[in-house]
Design a protein around this ligand. Structure first.
Ligand code: HAM
Length: 410
């Protein structure tokens, strides 16, 4: 028996209405903020992600689906969209056409992580990227956009966390302060954190190890060591969020797992989905375009995990049960009328959702099926009515019936 690959899942027809609902809310909200949809290929050259996301990150060092294709090129299934969007911007010189480019996307992503509730190897993100401005208004807008989408989906049990990682020079300065603080504790750190102390020291704040967490509790934070311009940028965002009445928490430990961030980082974290609680994460990346294409275009964006959001909606009981609608179920009273039923169904399908029986079942069985499918009307073809050129139309909601002319059915 061949099964779906671990960490992937089928989205069955009964779940599809929830996906449609979410996608519609995403599209209409993105539209009202003037973000335009972009679709990029599922796979890219591996070096786009290793350069863009950072060699030392978990994603690049251990989670990418990478393979050598038949022309000896190393390609990778996209683990995130930001690097791809930046590549597309540079490749098509979109930054030269418009000063500000605002994109959104809905797409599958691939990461070989350990699967658990809310964590998959193929998952879906929607997200937004705005390239071309350093204005803190754009940082605030991005947070508000994510916030509004979750609210419109009906979620309420989540918090907005924000932080600033400043600019590289203040971050380098801070890293040595953090190193000095950690030196006497090094022998007590977990093996993973000992490694990260060398390669990616900020990620020690993300450690799930209790001993590490205890040590990090008293660690100096980056926000206490920000340069003046970064602090001002951060304060402006906070003011704008207050004006927009978006509740938020400053979390100095929010370092995020991708290397491209400068200044603002943020996450929208759910209280309804267990340990994989980040519904949405993002931040500013003013140096990424330069790193990938030697052009100075600042950017900011976020991405949200659709499976996690749907799980949160289920747990918060805000998923509405919608059944796909069947307008007509056609019941055939005599076997010989199959072709006639087929002809009427085809005609009606130009404007309606129509179903009929394909397996010569009894009239009773056909009526049961119409009920099971929740058809709003049943059209009965056959008997004396058929001889008279009419059919019986039954309204399944109130049980009433009427006779209609076959020639007038459309
Ligand atoms: P990220 O934090 O790696 O950021 O992912 C964003 C969101 O995708 C997470 O908050 C989570 O909801 C969802 N997600 C991530 N991994 C998985 C998984 N294995 N299974 C299910 N859901 C998952 C980024 O991807 C950045 N590109 C965000 C960004 C855009 N920053 C700037 N612009």
């Amino acid at each position: 028996m061949i099964k779906a690959i671990t960490g992937t899942k089928d989205i069955l027809p009964n779940e599809i209405p929830n996906w449609y609902n979410l996608e519609e809310i995403v599209k209409s909200t993105m539209n009202s903020f003037n973000y335009k949809e972009i679709r990029t290929p599922i796979f890219e050259e591996t070096r786009l992600f290793s350069r863009g996301i950072g060699e030392a990150t978990d994603i690049v060092s251990k989670e990418m689906y990478t393979f050598i294709d038949r022309s000896e090129t190393s390609v990778t299934l996209k683990p995130e969209m930001t690097a791809s969007v930046v590549r597309a911007l540079i490749e098509h010189s979109l930054d030269k056409q418009f000063q500000l480019n605002k994109f959104f996307y809905i797409s599958p992503m691939f990461r070989q992580e350990r699967p658990q509730a809310g964590r998959f190897r193929q998952f879906h993100q929607f997200g937004a990227e705005a390239l071309g401005s350093t204005s803190p208004a754009l940082d605030a807008e991005m947070i508000i956009l994510a916030y509004q989408i979750l609210k419109k989906l009906g979620l309420s049990n989540f918090v907005v966390k924000i932080n600033s990682l400043g600019i590289p020079s203040s971050r380098e300065n801070y890293k040595s302060i953090l190193q000095d603080y950690l030196k006497p504790h090094l022998h007590n750190l977990s093996e993973e954190s000992k490694k990260r102390y060398e390669t990616n020291i900020l990620r020690l704040f993300d450690s799930k190890d209790e001993r590490d967490q205890k040590i990090m509790e008293n660690a100096p934070t980056l926000i206490e060591h920000l340069d003046e311009a970064s602090l001002e940028h951060f304060n402006e965002i906070k003011e704008m969020l207050q004006v927009a009445e978006i509740p938020f928490e400053v979390d100095p430990k929010l370092v995020r797992g991708l290397d491209y961030y400068t200044h603002t980082t943020f996450e929208l974290v759910s209280g309804s989905v267990g340990s994989q609680s980040a519904l949405c994460g993002g931040g500013r990346y003013d140096l990424l375009v330069n790193q990938l294409g030697e052009r100075d275009v600042p950017g900011i964006g976020f991405a949200a995990g659709i499976e996690r959001i749907l799980l949160a909606m289920e747990n918060e009981k805000v998923i509405s049960e919608t059944q796909p609608q069947i307008d007509f179920y056609i019941v055939r009273l005599e076997k010989e009328l199959t072709k006639k039923v087929f002809e009427i169904a085809t005609k009606l399908r130009a404007k309606n959702t129509v179903e009929f029986d394909y397996s010569q079942r009894s009239v009773k069985a056909q009526m049961r099926e119409a009920n099971r499918l929740g058809a709003t009307k049943v059209l009965m073809i056959g008997g004396d009515e058929f001889q008279r050129g009419t059919a019986v139309l039954k309204n399944m909601q109130d049980g009433s019936q009427e006779e209609i002319l076959l020639a007038e059915i459309k």
